[in-house]
Design a protein around this ligand. Structure first.
Ligand code: SAM
Length: 402
């Protein structure tokens, strides 16, 4: 393909990504994989070049563009050397009109979200949120030496005992340590959430929003063999991924339960006031994981954020009923927005005074409360961010029930 034809292909792929983001369709990764699969004539260099153009545009532009051509024109306005590729050649895009280049420089964050960001999300944090994430691993207890031998360039976390890090793009799934179930892929922030659950201390654990079980599996590895772990979710497809993952890692003690939305409480009545630990890894805006899904900025709008906040608040209430007196509730969102973190938690504590925040002396993150960053003693939780902690953006907290 000529460089111009690659730009035209990127425009067409961006059209599909934009429609999917607007209509709640598949993620950009999935749309890209489908697009490339349907174009077998594209060589591997063409594929990489088109993918890079598309993701450069997604990372550059915070607000969802009208269409793929508008997105590529903005990228060309930012990179003038690209403008000659709009040359009207056989497979290339039509020449750019001056008006297409005369747009305001796009900001990396949608305008409506700017007032909702906390003070500590500064330019460095925004740049880090839109950078490429490294490949983080969770290592099976006792397997560090084997994993270090397989990947000599691995970095190990100072604070999280099972956390390893490899450069972005490292292929791990064809390694023996992957096949033997000694490693799983998991961001260090997610591992910090699991550490807060302290699973080795509990015999009855619920992962209420288990999804495909990333955190359930890590909890099961830390818990004793006789602990009961229940993974629940409203997504049949996600929950179905858990069993094969557990099998690869050799983890037997996980039960699953598919919940109907709005009937979660009734479907969990047998667990009422019984759980030692309930993890609520709630559905959220995903503003903390833009490193992995930068096009999530094009999906979110104020209405969707309102709906997510309502669900989080409902799930917190359901979880509170399942914790036994003396048990703990761990709440986490992969979000940088106080509305889903400290504000959500402050409202929850007003509704449920029998729960109180109990943060361990934590080596990562910033302690945050209703006044922003504050001392651990008066904080409502911990904010992890990519520039400060080299993790995805998360709010996490631990509460104990009296
Ligand atoms: C942040 S994801 C969880 C990720 C998962 N814990 C992991 O570590 O891979 C949030 C999950 O909440 C689930 N969810 C949404 N509404 C729910 C509800 N009402 N009850 C339980 N789970 C729900 C979603 O299907 C999604 O899998």
């Amino acid at each position: 393909m000529t460089p111009s034809a690659r730009v035209q292909a990127a425009i067409e792929l961006l059209d599909a990504v934009i429609v999917a983001a607007r209509d709640g369709g598949a993620s950009a990764d999935v749309v890209t994989a489908r697009f490339l699969k349907e174009r077998r004539y594209m060589g591997s260099k063409d594929r990489r070049a088109v993918r890079d153009l598309v993701y450069d545009a997604i990372r550059l532009i915070g607000e969802r563009p009208d269409n793929g051509r508008a997105a590529m024109a903005m990228l060309a306005a930012h990179n003038p050397e690209m403008q000659v590729l709009f040359d009207g050649s056989k497979y290339g895009p039509e020449p750019l009109e001056p008006a297409e280049l005369a747009i305001d420089k796009p900001g990396p964050i949608p305008q409506w979200l700017m007032p909702l960001l906390p003070d500590y999300i500064d330019v460095d944090e925004i740049a880090a949120l839109l950078s490429r994430a490294p490949l983080d691993l969770g290592i099976k207890p006792g397997a560090q030496a084997d994993v270090q031998q397989a990947f000599p360039d691995i970095t190990v976390s100072e604070h999280l005992p099972q956390a390893g890090r490899l450069p972005a793009g490292t292929q791990v799934k064809n390694s023996a340590v992957w096949r033997e179930g000694l490693i799983d892929i998991q961001d260090w922030g997610s591992q910090a959430i699991c550490a807060l659950c302290d699973a080795a201390q509990h015999k009855a654990i619920i992962d209420l929003c288990a999804g495909a079980g990333g955190k359930t599996l890590a909890l099961a590895q830390q818990a004793d063999d006789d602990a009961v772990i229940l993974a629940t979710d409203t997504s049949r497809a996600r929950l179905a991924e858990l069993a094969p993952r557990a099998e690869r890692l050799g983890i037997p003690n996980i039960a699953t339960r598919l919940l109907n939305p709005a009937q979660e409480s009734a479907m969990l009545s047998d667990w009422k006031r019984r759980a030692d630990c309930v993890l609520v890894d709630a559905p959220c805006s995903g503003t903390g994981v833009w490193r992995r899904n930068p096009e999530a900025r094009w999906r979110l709008d104020a209405k969707r954020l309102d709906r997510l906040c309502e669900t989080q608040s409902r799930l917190l209430d359901i979880a509170a009923d399942m914790v036994r007196p003396g048990g703990i509730l761990v709440y986490a969102v992969c979000s940088i927005l106080p509305r889903e973190g400290v504000m959500q938690l402050a409202a929850f504590l007003d509704r449920k005074p029998e729960l109180s925040v109990q943060l361990p002396d934590y080596p990562l993150g910033r302690c945050v409360g209703s006044k922003g960053v504050q001392h651990r003693e008066s904080a409502l939780g911990i904010a992890l961010t990519p520039a400060h902690d080299e993790t995805d953006g998360f709010f996490l907290t631990r509460l104990v029930k009296s």
